[in-house]
Design a protein around this ligand. Structure first.
Ligand code: E4P
Length: 242
């Protein structure tokens, strides 16, 4: 299973690269805002380029910032030219419920790597995978493409077991139908418990914020244990010096 860093904070991303646990990065407009990205689309492009260089050849997902189909295609093409490891995030529908799968299909057909995002149902996931697969059948696009299931947002309404079931069933569905070149990202991971639970679903990737990752790496009992070892090693040294 791969771990992506769900952040646009370069310092945090570097920290996880140097720990050997960063297999890629995901951002979205909310994350960019939180991480201090300024100057509109130009600022997003600059930060994305910086991150793409840092993690190359591992993938970086960057989300389009419009609901207008022509503008989405324009931005997607522009983002994809920034670096070879960019995946363009397109939400599965717009805010009124209209499907954006025609855009995902078109971009994959053009050889652009996509991440169909904000998925909260099993059906959205399988149709997103179908659109990507159809695009792949007419292009020699870089794989993998991604389908992002928002575990946390599903859990808020239906519980984390329901999110588990959707992710696990979708992984089985991809395997049964031999859907190649498509990987599942589990996003909106809110807690250590979510990491523990959803890393058992068979999802290819969990994308995790630095806040949740830090909590996963820490542990009150471990801190206590390390303090005890330190104290006792000091005592042993003192005895040695007697
Ligand atoms: C990742 O790709 C997603 O954009 C992110 O995990 C969404 O998280 P949220 O549900 O906290 O907005």
């Amino acid at each position: 299973m791969k771990i992506f860093i769900d952040s646009a904070d370069v310092t945090e991303i570097k920290k996880y690269i140097s720990s050997g646990i960063c297999d890629g990065v995901t951002t979205n407009p909310t994350i960019c805002l939180k991480c201090g990205v300024k100057n509109g689309i130009q600022g997003v492009m600059e930060r994305t380029s910086e991150i793409a260089k840092l993690v190359f050849p591992k993938p970086v997902s960057v989300e389009v910032t419009s609901e207008d189909p022509e503008e989405i295609l324009r931005q997607a093409r522009e983002y994809s030219r920034l670096a070879d490891n960019i995946a363009v995030k397109i939400t599965v529908i717009d805010s009124k419920g209209n499907s954006f799968l025609p855009l995902a299909y078109k971009l994959v057909s053009e050889g652009i790597r996509v991440n169909v995002t904000a998925i909260t149902t099993f059906n959205q996931a399988i149709f997103a995978a179908k659109a990507i697969q159809s695009g792949l059948s007419v292009s020699s696009s870089k794989a993998p493409h991604f389908v992002s299931i928002f575990g946390g947002r599903i859990s808020e309404e239906q519980g984390s077991e329901r999110a588990f079931k959707i992710i696990e069933d979708f992984r089985k569905w991809l395997d049964i139908h031999n859907m190649q070149g498509i990987e599942i990202i589990v996003g909106s991971v809110r807690s250590q418990e979510n990491v523990e639970c959803w890393s058992r679903t068979g999802a290819h990737i969990l994308t995790i914020t630095p806040e949740v990752l830090n909590k996963c790496l820490c542990g009150a009992r471990t801190k206590e244990t390390v303090s005890q070892f330190l104290e006792d090693s000091k005592k042993t040294m003192e005895r040695f010096l007697e």
